[in-house]
Write a protein that binds this ligand. Structure first.
Ligand SMILES: [Zn+2]
Length: 409
């Protein structure tokens, strides 16, 4: 069942005519959501429905409270037309960004504005009933604190690491204890529809809708955090593959004589270049007496995690930067394979390591220059995300709206 706007739940009549009306309303709402305020004439042109019918549908949607009269627009000769837009407060979307060691929650209005955001640090992802209970409790607490009526929530968008089958709402790597799959479990508990996808793909949707990938057709979005995720925008669309598992870039073979990966294979990219490995190497070096700011952090009792390593890199710690450089050499090598295959116009580095900006970009670019065919790679722009820690949350909003505004069942 498709997620519906509040007004859609009230439509009555013969099934076929309800469906037709629903589609007509949706075409209008979709146009206004993606393009902003528009006059009746502009809507007519975009949705290809007759002028009197559009006028009457817009009237209905105003009656439901879904649209607002946004005042007078620019004249193109003659009387200046009224502009209509979506009422941002008609409904809200909850964004849930599940990370390995933290949780971000947000509420968006229908103008994509984040009206609330909270970060719960040190919230470790575990495949347990306790984690699910704690997650639900955090979401419920946010709902009651905000005081927005429950039926005003359109849907919940979830971003989670690991293998995800978005179509069936299943998370295979994490939280598989959830009965009937994670999406259905949360949907039943919260009484709201739930849209679920892998974090890197959600971040790619965020970049496409609100970040550096706007107006781009072929973009690779990397999530460089504890692991390596990849979301691919190909020909303007998110590429998910047959089962939704596309983008397991972290598990391509780089070193056949390398280390065992947590996926069970040997020498995956992720065993050479990921936040987890960076933290592990740093910890080992501290034990061996390596001079670094991180040794000081350690002595002061600070937890040595990716957050701390990023802080040290930003502070110019030579050892931490050296470690990052080594990692980027492998990353660049892996990226070159993707660039040769897919010829993207842009590669966006996101995730925790994107906070280091130029310090991560330069060595990746250097490695790409070394290994790529220059004619192909010179056309590929390499940038850091500017949505940073917000990209997954923004992506949950983009994903929910994409699902809600889709016209096919
Ligand atoms: Zn692996």
């Amino acid at each position: 069942m498709r997620t519906q706007f509040l007004y859609e739940k009230n439509l009555t009549g013969v099934a076929n005519s309800v469906k037709r009306k629903q589609e007509q309303y949706l075409k209008i709402v979709r146009h206004l959501y993606y393009n902003g305020a528009a006059s009746i004439a502009e809507i007519v042109k975009a949705v290809k429905i007759s002028q009197p019918l559009v006028a009457s549908l817009v009237d209905d949607l105003m009656g439901y409270g879904m649209l607002l009269d946004n005042g007078i627009g620019e004249s193109i000769g003659g009387r200046r037309p009224n502009l209509f837009c979506i009422n941002p407060e008609y409904q809200y979307v909850i964004g849930v960004d599940i990370n390995l060691h933290s949780l971000n929650l947000a509420v968006f209005d229908l103008s994509n504005k984040q009206i609330h955001r909270e970060e719960i640090k040190y919230f470790d992802l575990e495949n347990s009933e306790e984690y699910l209970t704690a997650l639900l409790e955090k979401i419920e607490r946010m709902i009651s604190r905000l005081g927005i009526a429950r039926e005003k929530y359109l849907s919940v968008g979830i971003s989670i690491p690991g293998l995800v089958d978005a179509r069936h709402g299943l998370s295979h790597t994490h939280l598989s204890v959830a009965e009937n799959g994670l999406a259905q479990y949360l949907s039943e508990k919260l009484g709201m529809s739930v849209q679920l996808d892998n974090d890197a793909r959600i971040m790619a949707l965020g970049e496409k809708a609100f970040g550096k990938a706007i107006d781009k057709e072929n973009v690779l979005c990397l999530n460089l955090s504890n692991g390596i995720g990849l979301g691919m925008i190909l020909n303007g669309e998110l590429h998910s593959g047959k089962n939704g598992f596309a983008g397991e870039f972290g598990h391509i073979l780089i070193d056949p004589k390398g280390e065992l990966c947590h996926c069970g294979k040997i020498g995956c990219l992720e065993t050479l270049t990921s936040g987890k490995i960076l933290v592990r190497n740093v910890k080992k070096a501290i034990e061996n007496g390596q001079p670094t700011i991180l040794a000081q952090y350690h002595e002061e009792g600070k937890k040595i995690d990716l957050r701390a390593v990023v802080e040290a890199i930003q502070a110019g710690d030579q050892f931490a930067i050296d470690q990052l450089n080594q990692m980027c050499e492998y990353l660049g090598k892996g990226l070159v394979t993707l660039i040769h295959l897919l010829n993207p116009e842009m590669v966006i580095i996101g995730g925790k390591l994107a906070h280091t900006g130029k310090i991560v970009l330069d060595p990746v670019a250097m490695s790409m220059n070394k290994y790529a065919m220059s004619r192909i790679s010179s056309e590929t722009e390499l940038v850091c995300s500017d949505l940073l820690d917000n990209s997954a949350l923004m992506g949950t909003m983009a994903n929910v709206m994409k699902c809600v505004l889709s016209l096919d069942e």
